[in-house]
Design a binder for this molecule. Sequence first.
Ligand SMILES: CC(=O)N[C@H]1[C@@H](OP(=O)(O)OP(=O)(O)OC[C@H]2O[C@@H](n3ccc(=O)[nH]c3=O)[C@H](O)[C@@H]2O)O[C@H](CO)[C@@H](O)[C@@H]1O[C@H](C)C(=O)N[C@@H](C)C(=O)N[C@H](CCC(=O)O)C(=O)O
Ligand SMILES: Nc1ncnc2c1ncn2[C@@H]1O[C@H](COP(=O)(O)OP(=O)(O)OP(=O)(O)O)[C@@H](O)[C@H]1O
Ligand SMILES: N[C@H](CCC[C@H](N)C(=O)O)C(=O)O
Ligand SMILES: [Mg+2]
Length: 489
Amino acid sequence: MPLALDKLLAGLNIPAPAIELCDIQLDTRLLKPGSLFLALKGHAVDGRLFMQQAEQQGAAAILFDNTDGFEPPALNIPCIAVSGLAEKVSELAGLFYETPAQKLALVGVTGTNGKSTCTQLIANWAELLGQRGGVLGTLGNGLFGQLRATENTTGSAISIQQELARFVAENVDVAAMEVSSHGLVQHRVSALQFAAAVFTNLSRDHLDYHHTMEAYADAKRQIFKQATPEHCILNADDATACTWLKDMPQAVIYAIDQRLPNHPGPFVYASDVKYHPQGITISIHSSWGDGVLSAPLLGKFNVSNLLAALAVMLVLQYDFETLCQTASRLQPVTGRMECFGNQDQPLVVVDYAHTPDGLEKALQAARQHCHGRLFCLFGCGGDRDKGKRPQMAAIAEQWADTLILTDDNPRTEDPAAIIADMCAGLQKPERVHIEHSRTEALRLALAQAVPGDIILLAGKGHEDYQIIGKEKHHYSDRETVMQLLGVMP
Ligand SMILES: CC(=O)N[C@H]1[C@@H](OP(=O)(O)OP(=O)(O)OC[C@H]2O[C@@H](n3ccc(=O)[nH]c3=O)[C@H](O)[C@@H]2O)O[C@H](CO)[C@@H](O)[C@@H]1O[C@H](C)C(=O)N[C@@H](C)C(=O)N[C@H](CCC(=O)O)C(=O)O
Ligand SMILES: Nc1ncnc2c1ncn2[C@@H]1O[C@H](COP(=O)(O)OP(=O)(O)OP(=O)(O)O)[C@@H](O)[C@H]1O
Ligand SMILES: N[C@H](CCC[C@H](N)C(=O)O)C(=O)O
Ligand SMILES: [Mg+2]
């Protein structure tokens, strides 16, 4: 770096003048003098309408998409038409940043649920094995444990290459990235050479964008088709994955309590799963060997996430025995079934479940580990879907022994009215405790709970605020739990 325009476009067989470029940008709001501006038609606005503005801001040159016959304005800097430009941004940015994906082991994880968890587990495991692990995803981008917040789960085609180049400079060995369905259909990862690509599962989500489940599934499947990954890893417990596997005999599969005798490719199977208060213990039967591993994670869905991460580490050629031994030192993901408390205390679990389905899964997961009473403490957000309030209360009443309703970002609504909406879903409203302050609600639960009990604190996860009216007040379930228990996570 810096790379001249002619060299950059030579890769696409497009002749261009030798102009030095300081960077590449999709957005005039990020443009610097000397940038190459890529003008694309977007979902909300047509980026080609900003070409004049880009020139005024000092852009060195512009590439614009002319697939639809767009006529550019007359400008005094080079403006080069590129058909299908959106599909080429990943490749162009890759060339500009010297194909960073090839200088580390890049792992892409897609699926409706489990992306953040799997990517964090992969980077965490790499660190435990003395390597450097990086993460790109919902909780941020950066070295494991040092994430910088991001707007999207999957960044733009340019920012991904830029982040990967940063990882290369930081000597990252394994970069685990969440790949959203939006990212796939918008070609944000199209030129990335994945060492391994994982599909976790498919369930209803994002239909506002994809319209049908078929289109949503096709979007996810692109991860295996765009730039063919070296290793494809699929969850054989997922019905959609099973339909794809018929055409993917070489794929690595993982599954819990079932075997797919007709699949010829490598496998990682879990059996004899034990759910105990500190986590899970699993027997592994795999193409790389058999063994037992324990991890401080809760719930069946985390067994699945752990298998996905294990399969990734195995295809990256990390040693099976060492992986089994180090699993016990993996960390739960911030605010996702995250456990607090020592053996003389009740276990407090902080989770981000904030939908009826999510809450039910989290309660089921907690129940699998609970030898005593299960407490559930949660609220519903104000100025958000009111229909879920009675449903979530009904689910919590069904699964928990003791239910405490509290506030969760009431925003501009009356907190008492939100709780009244929730109570409408209860069979026995007289049995529920209502305590608007989350801190006091947790104090109430802790006063009743004994070691062996589990208190599930749902809805806020990693959030560090409580929104009251239009104001954000600092509040964190994680900090409150640690303070009241007097422990570290
Ligand atoms: C609807 C959608 O997905 N939009 C994404 C898309 O933007 P776009 O290209 O359509 O942008 P646009 O706003 O129409 O603008 C068109 C062009 O004009 C440019 N522009 C615009 C304004 C200006 O002043 N100057 C300028 O140059 C823009 O940079 C853009 O190149 O491409 C951008 C770059 O990659 C994304 O940041 C942007 O994500 C928006 C912010 C978004 O909210 N996306 C969500 C739906 C999303 O992607 N979610 C997924 C999944 C999350 C999950 O699983 O829950 C994610 O990966 O985050
Ligand atoms: N493999 C899984 N299957 C089903 N549910 C899961 C799985 N893993 C996690 N979950 C549930 O989904 C929630 C979100 O998990 P996670 O953040 O790992 O998913 P994600 O795919 O990154 O989601 P997002 O779309 O928000 O990026 C967790 O709080 C948990 O309750
Ligand atoms: N980020 C999502 C989920 C937040 C969950 C819960 N904490 C709430 O505020 O409803 C939202 O704002 O809808
Ligand atoms: Mg995520």
